[in-house]
Design a protein around this ligand. Structure first.
Ligand code: C5P
Length: 400
């Protein structure tokens, strides 16, 4: 179950060229099971029709406060009260200015004033307008009153200018909406998550690696960010795009991951090693491509540094969490690793099963704690498992 599941989202669409992107926002919200009610301003309706938004949202579109028919069908106060989130995308300089100044002269500005739900603005406008003292000042005041913003992207705008002002990418807007909607039990925590495989070079063209996709680690990083943590993700090579609203450090080898995790975790509260770090590397990677002819097929390996074990020796106040991918004797192996690496918890999963583990979108895990307690998280999406792991860690470790 995603964060939008069962949520009532009011989407305010104001009058800018980016209004056409509201269609995609509605579709994505609905795909994630939100019930979407669109409020379209008069100038917004110059760019996109109510019929389009009504068809996509499958709900009547509110266009004007004083339209008696739509008022009786929708009702601005009930819309404001029912909303779990009010998202204004695109938000023009005009709506930002109106909300800052308490003007409620149409449906959208009235709903904003009447709601107690969180309000998220996704501004989109010309670069100079966005940089203007009026807009910047209005945004600062609204931020101080608890309103949320997702900054516009930089790029070529419809007016031809290049600079900040382009509506943030839809997936970025949705991610900020998820952050805004989430409870924040990890607020104030600095979290490091490692993810993915490492790749160890044999020569300039060849390497060995493992089957880790990074999905579990990325899900752990995103869940921590949504729950309010400041997150640094240290990622091995993989195809998943960098998550929004966190630092992502990309590495290739176990040695690079060791340096990045050590540096990032110096002042961290929690280090979660989800990465499938190579246990061995080539003793000496060949400086030039190894030729077929004359190669004697003996590869000398040397062990890599165990990152968690090293951190575990000088743990301080940091909480260290490992992941154990096992094919047999899950409980014995996981417990032994937790003890040897001096961990506060270890999350174990059975990678011999085809329905969970490596490339799968789902997982099922058992969390072991040093006091003998075991928490079982039944089969769920990796996103769902990540939330469950953080809640278990939070309940058990962070409140002491
Ligand atoms: O010993 P094993 O590799 O099975 O332990 C798994 C846990 O240890 C994972 O959390 C993994 O990220 C971490 N690890 C590490 N450094 C290594 C190898 C594994 O931190 N070199």
């Amino acid at each position: 179950m995603g964060i939008f599941s069962g949520k009532e989202v009011v989407l305010g669409v104001t009058g800018g060229i980016a209004a056409y992107k509201a269609c995609e926002i509605v579709r994505e919200l609905r795909k994630d099971s939100a019930n979407v009610h669109v409020v379209l301003t008069r100038s917004g309706s110059q760019f996109i029709t109510p019929l389009t938004l009504q068809t996509l949202s499958k709900n009547p579109v509110a266009t004007d406060l004083f339209d008696l028919i739509s008022e009786s069908e929708i009702g601005h106060i009930s819309l404001a009260q029912r909303a779990h989130l009010l998202l204004i995308a695109p938000a023009t300089a005009n709506i930002i200015g109106k909300v800052r100044n308490g003007i409620a002269d149409d449906m959208l500005s009235t709903v904003v004033m009447a709601t107690t739900a969180p309000v998220l603005f996704a501004p989109a406008m010309n670069t100079q307008m966005y940089a203007s003292a009026a807009v910047q000042d209005n945004m600062a005041v609204l931020r101080s009153r608890g309103y949320h913003f997702v900054e516009p992207d930089e790029g070529e705008l419809a007016c031809g200018t290049v600079g900040p002002g382009r509506l943030a990418d839809v997936d970025k807007i949705l991610e900020m909406a998820r952050i805004v909607l989430s409870e924040k039990p990890l607020s104030g925590k600095k979290v490091i998550v490692s993810a993915g495989p490492t790749a160890e070079a044999l020569d300039p063209v060849r390497f060995f690696s493992n089957r880790s996709s990074g999905k579990m680690g990325y899900a752990m990083a995103r869940a921590a960010r949504r729950m309010g943590a400041q997150v640094t993700l240290v990622s091995g090579p993989g195809a998943i795009p960098a998550p929004h609203f966190m630092d992502t450090i990309r590495v290739r080898t176990a040695d690079e991951m060791f340096s990045a995790v050590s540096r990032a975790s110096a002042d961290a509260d929690v280090v979660v090693m989800c990465a499938a770090v190579a246990d061995f590397k080539a003793k000496k990677a060949a400086p030039a491509k190894i030729k077929k002819d004359g190669f004697d097929y003996r590869l000398e390996l040397s062990p890599t540094v165990d990152i968690l074990e090293t951190l575990g020796k000088k743990k301080g106040k940091r909480i260290l969490v490992g992941f154990a991918a096992e094919t047999d004797d899950l409980t014995t192996n996981a417990r032994e690793k937790m003890r040897r690496k001096n961990l506060d918890a270890i999350v174990a999963n059975d990678v011999s099963r085809a329905d969970i583990g490596f490339e799968s979108d789902d997982n099922e895990v058992r969390i072991f704690f040093p006091d003998g307690e075991i928490r079982e998280l039944p089969l769920a999406t990796k996103e769902g498992i990540a939330v469950g792991v953080w809640l278990a860690l939070n309940g058990k470790l962070f409140r002491r």
